[in-house]
Design a protein around this ligand. Structure first.
Ligand code: FAD
Length: 497
């Protein structure tokens, strides 16, 4: 393929351009990005997961520089408030929780000890959460064995600034930028041949990347691949977002607070806070949602309310013919676990491993689509688990969840877990076992039986070891800088990552 055309200049468009141009910069491949100056980007998408740090490394972007320019803060996980029941909270940490004891996942030993009087919760053994609870942050350096070396982190950032940063990066790598709207898509033999722009220019290309957001201009409006609507599993379909004054305590985590008809996010950036309420129009109207969000905002409101509609689900095929859908054009799984930006990079990095040569190969395209199906379905199951395990019945929305049909794959996962605390072995699941255990333990799920291998170790010895470990983590946190201090040190280059 000699010429790639990307349509769309949101996070997906510029992230795709950055990845493609970085890999292909020493070739004679041309990359053109067309972006409408009149169609706004979705403008949200501020919380990430640790793969964003891998992407910065992959692109050789300095973390310090990126953080400075994009208003970023660090994120160690998510605090889920009122999800199991009102006045309860739990954490989803980044990084590992406890490792293994005598070859068995830590969860099994913790579970047995907890049943036998251990006071510490499962995620009290997560270094990331111990830091998060204390508003602390640092990145462990070198190979030194450190109590915190198994923690992991991601970023909260300003989506508009990130797109601008990646645009700059891509232009330096030789990407051509056209600011104009695509008015028509011309096809030749089921493939896309060229795009007509509103200024009557015709742009030809060999391969087209659809980053046009919910418009899905190429993959759907032109190629009609179809959409799998998952609203029977994930019924939220609306969001209202407002930015407000910065939170001076700068927590190093996202807050997700369950409400009557959905949930609310709170994302701390250096200079402001991102707030949003995600809800289901089946159970709540826009006015009620807006009022709920306003009532819960701390500090001064900085922007007008921005309402967004969406349908949870994914395209039947993300790669079809000479077109790849990236970002919202490929589907959307609601922002509960901040997975959309990860899916953008995952789609592009998987595509880079299967890059077409002069012609397209159907088995390669099928394998790509199979892998992306698994990726989307695993994330869907993980998100559904947050809702379907709730004990809340205080609204129509939560009552609906009590009898909701859940995907068979999730049913199997939950059934297996409830027997002896084991998890389905799936290396392709974005969320590793420690993430699943954090949600299941946080939602008060207790397996009926224990793994008999637990008895290889002495309960008393393990319990004492865990008590000591929890105490050691707590004590060591005192020596760590606050999140605010660490950010300042990083920005003024007093610490290096
Ligand atoms: P957009 O930002 O909509 O960009 C579309 C681009 O296409 C624009 O540049 C537009 O001008 C261009 N375009 C459209 N039509 C044409 C045309 N005819 N001609 C030329 N150009 C055209 N993700 C996360 O990872 N974390 C989060 O916390 C998170 N929160 C979210 C909250 C909500 C409520 C929603 C809806 C999404 C959230 N997401 C989140 C998802 C995230 O916002 C998107 O994945 C990300 O912004 C990528 O969007 P995009 O680039 O695909 O689309």
């Amino acid at each position: 393929m000699k010429k790639y055309i990307i349509v769309g200049g949101g996070t997906a468009g510029w992230m795709s351009a950055a990845i493609l141009s970085n890999v292909l910069k020493h070739t004679n491949v041309e990359i053109v990005l067309i972006e409408s100056p009149n169609i706004a980007t979705v403008g949200v998408g501020e919380a990430t997961i640790p793969s964003i740090i891998d992407l910065l490394r992959y692109l050789n972007i300095s973390l310090e520089d990126f953080i400075k320019v994009t208003d970023s803060t660090f994120k160690l996980g998510i605090k889920f408030v009122d999800w199991l029941r009102v006045d309860h909270h739990y954490w989803h940490p980044f990084g590992s929780v406890g490792g293994k004891i005598d070859t068995l996942p830590f969860f099994h030993h913790w579970s047995l000890c907890y049943e036998n009087g251990l006071k510490s919760e499962y995620t009290d053994f997560s270094p990331a959460i111990v830091m998060a609870k204390n508003n602390k942050f640092f990145i462990p350096q070198g190979n030194k064995a450190n109590l915190f070396s198994s923690s992991d982190y991601a970023l909260h950032f300003d989506a508009i600034k990130v797109a601008a940063y990646l645009k700059d990066f891509s232009l330096k790598n030789g990407v051509e930028h056209i600011s104009c709207e695509v008015s028509a898509v011309n096809k030749d033999n089921e493939k896309i041949a060229s795009l007509k722009l509103t200024d009557n220019r015709i742009v030809t290309g060999d391969f087209f990347i659809d980053c046009s957001g919910q418009h899905a201009l190429l993959i759907e409006k032109s190629l009609n691949v179809g959409y799998q609507d998952w609203s029977e599993y994930l019924p939220v379909d609306r969001a209202v977002a407002i930015q407000s004054e910065k939170n001076t305590s700068l927590p190093p985590y996202t807050e997700s607070i369950a409400h009557e008809h959905g949930w609310r996010w709170k994302i701390p950036l250096q200079s402001r806070t991102g707030n949003g309420y995600v809800y289901s129009s089946r159970f709540c109207d826009d006015e009620t949602a807006y009022k709920l969000l306003l009532d819960n905002i701390d500090g001064e409101q900085l922007t007008k309310a921005h309402f967004i509609k969406f349908t949870t689900g994914k395209r039947d095929k993300i790669w079809h013919q000479n077109c790849l859908a990236v970002g919202l054009s490929s589907g959307f799984l609601e922002p509960l676990e901040s997975t959309s930006i990860h899916l953008i990079m995952k789609t592009m990095l998987t595509f880079m491993q299967m890059l077409p040569s002069e012609s397209l190969h159907q088995a390669t395209i099928d394998e790509f689509n199979r892998l992306m199906d698994i990726e989307f379905e695993c994330i869907r199951d993980f998100i559904v688990a947050h809702y379907c395990l709730s004990q809340r019945t205080d609204s129509n929305f939560w009552q609906w969840w009590q009898t909701a049909e859940i995907p068979c794959s999730l049913k199997q996962k939950l059934n297996l877990f409830m027997e002896q605390g084991r998890l389905v072995n799936n290396d392709l699941d974005l969320f590793a076992s420690d993430s699943w255990y954090s949600i299941l333990a946080g939602m008060d799920q207790k397996p009926k039986d224990i793994d008999p291998l637990c008895h290889i170790s002495s309960l008393q010895v393990v319990k004492e070891m865990l008590q000591k470990r929890a105490l050691a983590l707590q004590h060591s946190t005192n020596k760590i800088p606050s999140h605010q201090e660490y950010l300042q040190q990083l920005i003024f280059q007093k610490v290096k990552t």
